[in-house]
Design a protein around this ligand. Structure first.
Ligand code: AMP
Length: 507
């Protein structure tokens, strides 16, 4: 199943339909998108880029960047997007690891990008800016169109490096089948049609904006209102035109932060989707109270695409990520690897046509992340309820083991978040001479609460070993581009709370 074929057939069936609209700028029809895509593919093929070669792209979001992606699908190249925020060392590592045949970078980083690419032996280097400026479009726009490559379903379509907060990034190899089956499942689950207008404000270097959002629109022929990034004012201005909006939880809290956001702004919307990080139950409820809409939360990851989602029809449960999408199997296992009874907490494992082919050039790491019966170990910890709804309790590596007892931060964070005056919280484990590890909470609140009050409230509700030893207040919790709280930074900050520096360091 070639993903490109599906998109191509959809867009050629209504060639004049508007597909990609830049608010206040041009509007591209399906035929125009395909024309540019085929030229970009022709240009890269003309340079000598071959099927299976990686094309690394570190650019700002633009329609042209999306068409570079489609060009790669068309020609059978492996699209490799990179976060525009990556620094030189990160780019250097990724180019060295992936050995791409071509690298497209931001015009602003011309000198360093070229130097890194040259050092890493990348043959073809071009620039592409947010407005389509730069050497890539200048040369590719007029290239001869390429045909459509024959891609088999297990051929690689894209490679995304995972945002792992520890260790070296790993390239998740995604096949045409992975992307196509997941996209079709989402179009169906979320009832996408050509009448939809998707407000696209997510970055496209990540699964969420590149695959989830763009594929739903491209495979249904819906129109995308294309924003280079989430800017509250622009989103507010365009929301009344949209029927679907997808975001990370931060987008929703930012929308709710202004009194201007309410029913009127959402008058045409039929679906709000959230994912990539946990949506606080409180945000979920406040959103419903303000807009009448219940956000549909789904759960996925770079390696697997989308695994589960709350239903389109039926109850969308705050704090839950719903049931598996069509074709996906989900189980929760204990430490011995055996599936746990419903309600018990363990590691979430998934299997299905959505799960990646493996990590690029890391066969041992790949083997370690799969079970013998073919399930991928997500590293997320959760539980299934009686209806088969999944809740995520935390990341396995976030789990705190205090005096031999397992503590799941999510359980404690949920209680802290419910206290009046608390905006949000994060609980992390820090080394402790006696318990091995203890939890500390970092809380964003309105100033009305003291540490002792939070601790007293938790002691009344939790076993003592679960109660954090300390509470610290912060104006903001650190987040990455996808809205995930960077617990590693919080852990680093509080590393030495109970294990002070060795004596000699003071001398
Ligand atoms: P990434 O590979 O960057 O997409 O990150 C995937 C990870 O994000 C998952 O393994 C989860 O830990 C987390 N994640 C994604 N969606 C959700 C969600 N709805 N609720 C909680 N965590 C999520």
């Amino acid at each position: 199943m070639s993903l490109y074929r599906l998109i191509h057939d959809r867009l050629t069936s209504a060639p004049d339909a508007p597909i990609l609209e830049i608010p206040g700028g041009p509007l591209l029809t399906g035929a125009q998108v395909l024309d540019r895509t085929s030229r970009y593919a022709g240009f890269l093929s003309g340079l000598g880029v071959r099927q299976g070669d990686r094309v690394a792209v570190q650019v700002d979001k633009s329609p042209e960047a999306l068409m570079v992606y489609l060009a790669c699908l068309r020609a059978g190249f492996v699209f490799m997007p990179m976060n525009a925020a990556y620094q030189d060392d990160e780019v250097d590592f990724l180019l060295g690891d992936a050995e791409p045949a071509a690298f497209i970078h931001r015009p602003e980083t011309e000198a360093t990008s070229r130097a890194i690419a040259q050092r890493r032996g990348v043959r073809h280097v071009y620039s592409l800016g947010e407005e389509g400026q730069g050497s890539f479009c200048r040369e590719a726009e007029t290239a001869a169109a390429a045909g459509i490559a024959e891609c088999r379903e297990h051929d690689l379509a894209a490679m995304l490096y995972t945002s792992g907060t520890t260790g070296k990034p790993k390239g998740a190899m995604l096949t045409h089948r992975n992307l196509a089956t997941n996209a079709l499942a989402l179009v169906e689950a979320w009832r996408f049609t050509a009448d939809d207008v998707l407000l696209h404000a997510l970055p496209i270097f990540h699964t969420h904006g590149l695959f989830v959002a763009s594929h739903c629109a491209l495979l249904s022929g819906a129109r995308m209102l294309w924003l280079p990034r989430f800017e509250r004012e622009r989103v507010m201005a365009l929301l009344p035109e949209a029927t679907v909006f997808m975001g990370v939880p931060t987008y929703y809290t930012r929308l709710l932060a202004g009194a201007d956001f309410g029913r009127e702004a959402c008058r045409r919307i039929r679906l709000f989707v959230s994912g990539s990080a946990p949506l606080l139950a409180e945000t979920h409820r406040e959103f419903e109270a303000r807009t009448g809409h219940v956000i549909l939360e789904r759960y996925g990851m770079t390696e697997t695409g989308m695994n589960t989602g709350n239903p389109y029809e039926g109850p969308r449960v705050p704090g839950s990520v719903g049931r598996p999408f069509a074709g996906v199997e989900v189980r929760v296992v204990g430490e011995d690897g055996a599936a746990l009874p419903q309600g018990e907490v363990g590691e979430i494992q998934v299997k299905g046509p959505n799960v990646m082919a493996g990590y690029w050039r890391l066969p041992e790491k790949t083997a370690a992340e799969f079970t013998s019966d073919g399930f991928f170990k997500t590293g997320d910890v959760g539980r299934l309820d009686a209806r088969g709804y999944l809740s995520i309790v935390g990341r396995a590596k976030d789990m705190i083991i205090s005096g031999g007892f397992n503590v799941y931060p999510k359980e404690i964070e949920a209680l802290i978040d419910d206290l009046p005056g608390v905006v949000e919280s994060a609980v992390v484990g820090v080394p402790h001479p006696d318990f091995g590890e203890v939890g500390v909470a970092i809380v964003k609140a309105d100033g009305s609460l003291q540490e002792a009050e939070i601790l007293a409230a938790l002691k009344a509700r939790l076993a003592n070993y679960k109660v954090p030893k300390r509470v610290f207040f912060a104006d903001e919790l650190p987040r990455n581009a996808m809205g995930k709280i960077q617990k590693n930074l919080l852990r680093d900050q509080h590393q030495r709370l109970y294990n002070p520096l060795p004596l000699q360091s003071f001398m």
